[in-house]
Design a protein around this ligand. Structure first.
Ligand code: BES
Ligand code: ZN
Length: 460
């Protein structure tokens, strides 16, 4: 076990707080300068932590931060990927404390305390564990591998510019393995390694009816209401057993093989805990599959936001001229996000009546990914968890997406290892996001062991 000194712990946490104070919201153009500030902060921290070479790479969007310490070309190289951008904190009124003023609070699940702030877990806190694990190794032992940090500012908006950078910088990014902490684990006593991510296709539909908002009494009944049509359209996208009705949607889905299914079901979700944790009376979805499969290994279609008409205080009688819906589809092997986006468009265009016109925008997309479980890196990860948690990690599939992971494989031919230390209850993307102190320091410890086992310098 590694016992970090109080001085070390305080230093790491103080720095994490500074990092979390910068509102690096990638989706919001008004935060462009904060993104630059955050990337510079990280560059300086990487340098102070022991990187020899650090640089900011400007892109058409937000900057990429690169850092490296190259020891010897006979040593293995590990590339750490993470993101410094965060999701918008809205709705702000639901935060107990401001999203960019990190505070430490104890919770039932985190009795040693958790840092509450947007990005605490996803992904500033988790990515920062790697920077501090690296710092600890350079200060306390000897680095027997080469390390490269590739930290982007656009993960939460699809990673388009990072993809371009990777395709043009294959030599710079040459590595043996990619290590990422941007997923979750089962619980603080049951660690898990994520062996798959879902893909995504994110679409936005705009339906336009009359050329202005109308009095719903004068015109109602004779004019198509775009919000009514949008509701019908959205409702039609699932059948009674929650299967998605878009023709061809499931054609390429290969499903889980029995071995993987058994592996994943070894740590199946406890339905009553699940319901309790998010305050629902009953679970929902495709009854042909267990809850564990539904939330990680099956494709989905969800409306993320819908707007139009009057949503202010009180009532207003209006037949709106427009309706908007933001819809994401989570995808599984071998669905292709561009193909699915096209099927979605065709479905919408075929569905809507001539009384409204539709514009369909593709925001971004990502392919699904499954990691190998028979590699040296996977073995090293298992040994690392065993040593730090004293427990064998389970295999789990992540229901979320990390767009760059399949691109790493396509462009660099390198696999990723997904060692997440957050909990599903840490409220990523929600108000009151947090990250346990236990998780932060256990994560750093596990990462240090991973390097030891991966480089074969330490035996079990
Ligand atoms: N950390 C998540 C990905 C994640 C969450 C993986 C939970 C597994 C389990 C990541 O930062 C994220 O939220 N990604 C976005 C990507 C999208 C905007 C393209 C997502 O999944 O919504
Ligand atoms: Zn996220």
């Amino acid at each position: 076990m590694i016992n970090f000194s109080d001085k070390e712990k305080n230093k790491f946490l103080h720095e994490l707080y500074e990092f979390l104070k910068i509102p690096s919201i990638s989706a919001d153009p008004s935060h462009k300068n904060e993104m630059v500030k955050c990337s510079n902060w990280l560059k300086t921290n990487l340098k102070n932590s022991g990187c020899d070479k650090v640089k900011i790479i400007k892109t058409k969007g937000h900057p990429i931060v690169y850092g490296e310490k190259f020891i010897d070309k006979t040593f293995p190289t590990i590339l750490v990927y993470g993101h410094y951008d965060v999701q918008p904190p809205d709705p702000i009124s639901l935060w107990d404390t401001p999203p960019f003023k990190p505070v430490l609070k104890k919770t039932k699940i985190h009795p040693h305390g958790a840092v509450f702030a947007r990005g605490a877990c996803d992904d500033k806190g988790q990515m920062f564990m790697h920077v501090k694990a690296f710092e600890w190794i350079t200060k306390n032992t000897k680095l027997n591998f080469n390390i490269k940090f590739l930290i982007e500012g656009e993960e939460e908006v699809g990673s388009d510019n990072l993809e371009i950078f990777i395709s043009k910088n294959k030599d710079l990014l040459k590595t043996d393995i990619i290590l990422i902490s941007d997923t979750s684990m089962k619980s603080n006593t049951i660690p898990s390694i994520t062996t798959g991510l879902r893909g995504i296709s994110y679409m936005e539909i705009t339906l336009k009816g009359p050329n202005r908002d109308l009095h719903s009494g004068t015109y109602g009944g004779g004019v198509a209401n775009p919000i009514n049509i949008m509701s019908k359209l959205i409702a039609s996208m699932h059948d009674d057993n929650m299967k998605i009705t878009i023709p061809g949607f499931y054609d390429k889905v290969i499903g889980l093989n029995i071995k993987d299914k058994n592996e994943i079901l070894k740590s199946a979700i406890n339905i009553s805990d699940f319901k309790k944790s998010i305050g629902i009376k009953e679970i929902y979805g495709d009854t042909d599959f267990s809850l564990t499969e539904r939330v990680a290994t099956r494709p989905t279609l969800d409306v993320n936001g819908i707007y139009g008409g009057y949503t202010g205080e009180g009532s207003k009688t209006v037949l709106p001229s427009e309706a908007h819906a933001k819809i994401s589809m989570r995808l599984v092997p071998k669905q292709d996000w561009k193909e699915i986006s096209e099927l979605f468009k065709q479905y919408v265009l075929n569905f809507i009546p001539n009384s409204v016109t539709a514009t369909i925008k593709t925001h971004h997309g990502a392919e699904p990914y499954v990691t190998p479980t028979n590699s040296k890196a996977y073995e090293a990860a298992i040994l690392a968890y065993k040593k730090s948690f004293g427990a064998n990690p389970f295999q789990q599939r992540g229901g979320g997406s990390i767009p760059i992971v399949p691109i790493f494989e396509k462009e660099l031919g390198v696999k990723s290892i997904l060692m997440g230390f957050g909990l599903d209850s840490d409220s990523i993307h929600s108000p009151n996001e947090h990250f346990g102190l236990f998780n932060f320091f256990k994560g750093i410890e596990t990462i240090i062991y991973f390097y030891e086992f991966y480089t074969n310098k330490i035996s079990t």
